[in-house]
Design a protein around this ligand. Structure first.
Ligand SMILES: *[C@@H]1O[C@H](CO)[C@@H](O)[C@H](O)[C@H]1NC(C)=O
Length: 281
């Protein structure tokens, strides 16, 4: 078709520039990268370049979306502004999962559990490998996440999964396969999901506080996502440095409210095997 490889190369380069491959998918355009999973009119995309998205929860339904593509490793950043005021019983999510119908799925979760007015959100994180989860850590935040957008990031490379908020690490979950511990998502592609739904039976203080529907509709906002799966992207070797290790310690000391690795009641003598390594981060 082309007379020389030079022309072909130029064409490939131009196409790569225009559509932004392979480093950024869709350049923050929700229409091009994502599709709605439920909620009808409760999902709205707006703004120049389709970079703003809102989800609404009312008595009848919440709403959600997922990426059209599946990924094996990468860094995903999402700016989110959570429901203000009384958000008790609501759950806003941003997570990755492989196909759940297999019974052996992998998953990497960020979930934001709403609360009564003036009470802090709980940031719930979890990791699933081959259908097994129960690796929860929970945090409060050092700011009100409903006042402004903040950037929530998942870095997933062959060595680790890192959960970050505005570039401060909340949690690092490492691959300890060289210690014989086979609990790490590493061979199933995952889609990006996000949703807003209601779960007042467990979400808020163990179900003691119910969703106040007189405050509905509830709205959460997403914008300016970025997906970096370029194999030479910085995420590939992303790890803690001296400064981020210090930040992680600060978060864990002051804002961590639950860690499965210290839940002796739940595990008695048998903490999951990665826990004895995880102390050292
Ligand atoms: C809600 O606020 C209470 C009281 O400050 C706190 O203990 C709890 O962790 C918060 N989060 C949820 C989801 O209930």
């Amino acid at each position: 078709m082309f007379s020389s490889n030079g022309k072909m190369l130029k064409l490939v380069m131009v196409v790569a520039l225009v559509v932004g491959v392979p480093t950024a998918y869709g350049a923050g355009d929700f229409h091009s990268e994502f599709e709605q999973t439920f909620g009808d009119h409760r999902l709205q995309i707006s703004g120049p370049g389709n970079k703003d998205l809102s989800l609404t929860l009312d008595q009848y339904s919440g709403a959600g979306f997922r990426s059209k593509n599946e990924y094996l490793y990468g860094r995903i950043d999402m700016q989110i502004k959570l429901i203000p005021g009384d958000s008790a019983g609501t759950v806003t999510t941003f997570y990755l999962t492989s196909d759940q119908s297999t019974g052996k799925h992998d998953e990497i979760d960020f979930e934001f559990l709403g609360n009564a007015s003036g009470q802090p959100y709980t940031v719930h994180t979890n990791v699933f490998s081959q259908g097994q989860g129960s690796r929860e850590q929970q945090f409060h935040l050092w700011f009100d996440p409903s006042k402004n957008y903040h950037t929530y990031s998942i870095v997933w490379n062959p060595k680790l999964i890192m959960f970050l908020v505005d570039n401060t690490p909340l949690r690092v979950f490492r691959n300890y396969e060289n210690h014989g511990i086979m609990f790490f998502p590493k061979n199933q592609r995952q889609r990006i999901y996000a949703s807003l739904w209601e779960a007042d039976d467990w979400a808020t203080q163990g179900g003691r506080i119910k969703t106040d529907w007189s405050k509905a509709p509830f709205k959460a906002y997403y914008r300016n996502f970025n997906i970096d799966t370029s194999p030479n992207g910085a995420w590939m070797n992303h790890d803690l440095d001296a400064n981020s290790r210090k930040r992680l310690k600060w978060v864990q000391k002051n804002y961590m409210i639950y860690n499965y690795c210290t839940d002796w009641k739940r595990y008695s003598q048998n903490l999951p095997p990665e826990c004895k390594h995880a102390k050292h981060n």
